[in-house]
Ligand binder design. Structure first.
Ligand code: MF3
Ligand code: CO
Length: 249
């Protein structure tokens, strides 16, 4: 069942989303190429979230051990922060959620570390644009599949693939609610979006094939062919005026 949110409930998600966006900005600015370890970014994210009165949505979720998922290069999502140093030329996906006053918000962004290759930069540009194009379709009366198919088409025309095994999701009192929001499919697939639906749209784009593997840590998802992967996510409310981004400052 899809929980439709009232204006006051959406306001609470917006407040959690503001904290997500602020934390994302400050954590990304803290990256020093060839120096910063991913665990330092995780600890900073947790401190920033708590200083705004929030709690990290992911920590403890199904046993996840950290505040952020930090996924580097061929890691698609769910990378566990640790001693790895971010190197100039890497791309790094920072993904975290905030819970405050009963409601979650969740976002992810893939950042360049230092100077990256033209190919890596192009993957980031296409992936960011795919998210934007998907968000633009999140209007009342559209089916979820319109968002999904728009993302898939844009990404594939650019020569990349979208991951199929992991999808976006509804969000609210729970981190993961209905509906699921795939990044592939047909325009008429899935439930109809109504005003008050709140979803996380989070395409994952691979430079090579769409297949992924889970590493032995039980969390980290990597591309099967070892090619680069990018991930961008926003929490979005479907409103009568169109899509509203909730993970912004
Ligand atoms: N953005 C991802 C999602 O919404 C991250 C969840 S990680 C977990 O599914 F640790 F919370 F599982
Ligand atoms: Co999410």
């Amino acid at each position: 069942m899809i929980h439709l949110k009232s204006a006051s409930e959406i306001a609470k998600i917006r407040e959690s989303g503001r904290i997500v966006a602020r934390t994302m900005r400050l954590v990304s600015e803290a990256i020093i190429p060839d120096k910063t370890r991913t665990i330092e970014l995780d600890l900073l994210a947790e401190r920033l979230i708590r200083e705004e009165g929030g709690t990290p949505s992911f920590k403890g979720y199904r046993g996840y051990p950290a505040t952020a998922c930090i996924s580097v290069n061929e890691e698609v999502i769910h990378g566990i922060p640790g001693e790895r140093v971010l190197r100039s030329g890497d791309i790094v996906d920072l993904d975290f959620g905030v819970y405050k006053d009963g409601f979650h918000a969740d976002a992810a962004w893939t950042f360049p570390v230092g100077t990256i290759s033209k190919e890596a930069q192009r993957l980031l540009n296409v992936s960011r644009e795919a998210l934007n194009q998907g968000i633009a379709k999140a209007c009342p009366g559209a089916k979820v599949g319109l968002v999904s198919s728009t993302i898939q088409k844009y990404v594939e025309v650019q020569g990349y693939s979208v991951v199929r095994e992991l999808v976006g999701h509804g969000i609210g009192r729970e981190l993961h609610e209905e509906p699921s929001v795939p990044n592939f499919g047909r325009p008429k697939d899935g439930p109809v979006l109504k005003a008050g639906t709140t979803i996380c749209i989070e395409p994952m784009e691979n430079h090579g094939g769409y297949e992924v593997l889970t590493l032995a840590d039980g969390w980290t998802i990597v591309t099967k062919d070892g090619t680069l992967s990018a991930h961008f996510e926003h929490t979005v409310a479907v409103t009568h005026d169109g899509p509203e981004l909730l993970t912004v400052e």
